[in-house]
Write a protein that binds this ligand. Structure first.
Ligand code: RM4
Ligand code: MN
Ligand code: MN
Length: 430
């Protein structure tokens, strides 16, 4: 039986105060959309079936390499993280899956963990391996790389860890393995670019060989950090080449913060889809680098343009369209639950806006080289306030009209501060 963390009555009471206003706003938006031939109920249906996974590691306060500032009531293990993720999903109804990271989330009984999540209304998304840190008692250091290390025993250890993640994922019911390696160099000449990629491809193919038939291996590129001169899988070019060499189950994962400044990410999305290699997303926002800021907080228009490409891709599936959506953020100065509630709304909102683009008008303008009207087709959709649609979808599924208000009313964090042990002052996530 499902036992959700917050009181359903509390959510219903909070919703009751906003219900009339929401109906008014939704009806007005419905009339506005109908004038352009859009059926708001159809959009509502699409929004209701949209979902994005949350990262287990995002449930705790992140930090920088300088400091981490924990908050009271922060989760310190996967069980507490699951409970927090259940709060996010209970209010937003759009984040029903959690993406775990190993060994951070390791437990002795994964069948029990799967049941624990199910009882909280949660399933599992992609499993993430970690070969960017050394763990206590580990035989070989990753200081000089993991899947691409010169040392064969280190590479073997990294391969085995990824295979162990697949085994864990099978028990949890996941079907994706996300592989991000911190491998790279800090000095020109430190490693041979070609040979380190050869070693990566050889080791990655051993992981690939262990994938069950219905699994995918999502390759996540990142331009810098922790390596600051070069990384082995630095950009979408390296990523798609590696994915093509590995085989059809290997796809590319786009983390919005992992690109060179000013890169046209939406075009990368279209390119990856064109070649059947778009595997998934890590949503966050970025001002300078892999800042892991909240989705849509810096450049919401870019997020909309990414979803515009996704809606185009879905209409033109070529070799299939099944990207996995996940949030990957570091919450350094906010309550992580609040950040993920706000981010989930921003992400879903951009999806909804992308659905409102008049595709016929856009395509006709593109065909006739009518630049201004092509741009206006996007601009019109972007400027529509879709929040009534999002709220309606949430309420219909048992969520909150105003997610942050309901969360604060619940006093959840204050209650957890009484129950949970204090968190240590470790470094943040990378
Ligand atoms: C990396 C990357 C990975 C995430 C780690 C924690 O920068 O974004 O997806 O697993 O951080
Ligand atoms: Mn990421
Ligand atoms: Mn990152």
């Amino acid at each position: 039986m499902t036992q959700l963390p917050l009181s359903a009555d509390l959510i219903a009471e909070a919703n009751a105060r906003h219900a009339d206003a929401l109906d008014e706003d939704y009806d007005a938006l419905g009339r506005k959309l109908a004038r352009t031939g859009i059926d708001i109920e159809a959009v509502l249906g699409r929004v209701a079936s949209f979902s994005v996974a949350v990262p287990s590691w995002g449930a705790g306060r992140g930090g920088t390499r300088f400091a981490k500032f924990p908050i009271s009531g922060e989760p310190t293990n996967i069980h507490e993280k699951l409970e927090d993720c259940a709060v996010i999903n209970q209010l937003s109804r759009v984040t029903p899956r959690v993406s775990p990271h190993f060994p951070w989330d390791k437990v002795s009984d994964f069948a029990a963990l799967r049941e624990e999540a199910a009882a909280l209304g949660l399933g599992w998304d992609a499993v993430n391996s970690n070969t960017f840190q050394d763990q206590p008692g580990q035989a070989h250091t990753y200081a000089n790389g993991s899947l691409s290390a010169q040392d064969a025993a280190t590479r073997q250890q990294a391969v085995e860890h990824n295979i162990e993640c697949i085994e864990i994922g099978k028990q949890l019911g996941s079907t994706d393995l996300t592989v991000w390696v911190g491998d790279g160099t800090n000095f020109p000449g430190q490693q041979d670019f070609a040979r380190s990629l050869d070693r990566y491809l050889d080791a990655a193919s051993q992981v690939y060989a262990a994938l069950p038939d219905d699994w995918r291996m999502l390759l996540e590129h990142k331009m810098f950090e922790p390596a600051f001169y070069s990384t082995v899988i630095s950009d979408w070019g390296s990523s798609i080449l590696a994915a093509q060499e590995l085989g059809p189950k290997a796809k590319c994962l786009v983390d919005l913060g992992h690109h060179a400044p000013n890169v046209n990410i939406e075009q990368i999305v279209a390119r990856l889809h064109r070649f059947g290699k778009l595997g998934g997303f890590h949503f966050n926002d970025s001002k300078y680098g892999d800042d892991d800021l909240d989705s849509g907080s810096i450049n919401p228009h870019q997020l909309f343009l990414v979803f515009n490409e996704l809606v185009e891709a879905e209409l033109n599936p070529r070799d299939g369209f099944n990207p996995s959506y996940m949030i990957d953020q570091s919450h350094n100065v906010t309550d992580p639950i609040e950040s993920m509630l706000s981010s989930a709304e921003a992400i879903t909102g951009c999806f909804a806006k992308a659905l409102l683009v008049d595709r016929d008008a856009l395509h006709a303008a593109q065909e006739s080289n009518d630049t201004m009207m092509a741009f206006q087709a996007l601009r019109r959709a972007y400027s529509i306030d879709v929040t009534p649609i999002l709220a309606k979808a949430r309420v219909a599924a048992g969520g909150a009209i105003d997610v942050l208000e309901a969360y604060r009313l619940s006093q959840y964090r204050a209650r957890k501060a009484q129950e949970r042990k204090a968190v240590g002052l470790g470094a943040g996530i990378v």
